[in-house]
Design a protein around this ligand. Sequence first.
Ligand SMILES: C[S@@+](CC[C@H](N)C(=O)[O-])C[C@H]1O[C@@H](n2cnc3c(N)ncnc32)[C@H](O)[C@@H]1O
Length: 239
Amino acid sequence: MTAVTKIEVAANSSARLFQDMWGIYRKVVDNNCLNHREAYAALRQLLRHQRPGFTFLDIACGDASFSAAALAGLPLGRYIGIDLSLPALDAAAANIADLPGASELRHGDFAEWLTVCEEPVDLAWIGLSLHHLPFERKLETMRHLRRLVGPAGTLLIYENTCRTLESRAGWMKRWDRQRKDFSAFSGLEWLLLTTHVHSMDHPETVSAWREIGHRAGFDHMREHYRSSSDLFRLFSFSA
Ligand SMILES: C[S@@+](CC[C@H](N)C(=O)[O-])C[C@H]1O[C@@H](n2cnc3c(N)ncnc32)[C@H](O)[C@@H]1O
């Protein structure tokens, strides 16, 4: 077991919103409504090819439960997680405690932190968080990540993805049709979740994700997993 370093960085006003939603999100994950099990199994397959001592940056790590499971037993050198939610980070500290190497948890806004971060990483991972940003801010974030992973590193994302030519409104209609798959949720929980998704989420088409990756300096993009709802996909980006 290694010591976990907790570091405070600037947090913006969205922090409270994500903290309030954390309990409902945890229930979503426990019920596998967003296919965490399958997406993180795909992530683990990709991580198996990393060199011993690799550095893993977990952007918007949440409670890091699935990341820690994906990394278990692999020759990790360093784990860095950042998130806005303090309850999530408290849980993350326990979940990553058994990972080998050094571990750091940062409290703050990843978009702000990335503008000043100079630490190179082998692999950067974003699970269901980049879609909160509009197109230009996604691009800015991915440019910073391209700088951190360098020519040999990889960025992996599991994110909201529209079908070909589908609009944001079309994606939202498909999200809304999932009510029957959220039978474990009360009417109020479903309403809170869906209101959050409608106000915060900005999915992109595959070609838009490719364009963002290309403009950020990644020549190659590959799809590795698609959720059963076809609302989320896992892509890798490399130079
Ligand atoms: C949908 S959860 C994803 C958590 C985890 N990565 C996963 O795959 O389950 C979104 C997480 O992003 C965090 N978050 C959202 N915007 C953020 C930001 N700008 N900076 C840091 N964390 C952020 C929230 O606090 C929350 O933990």
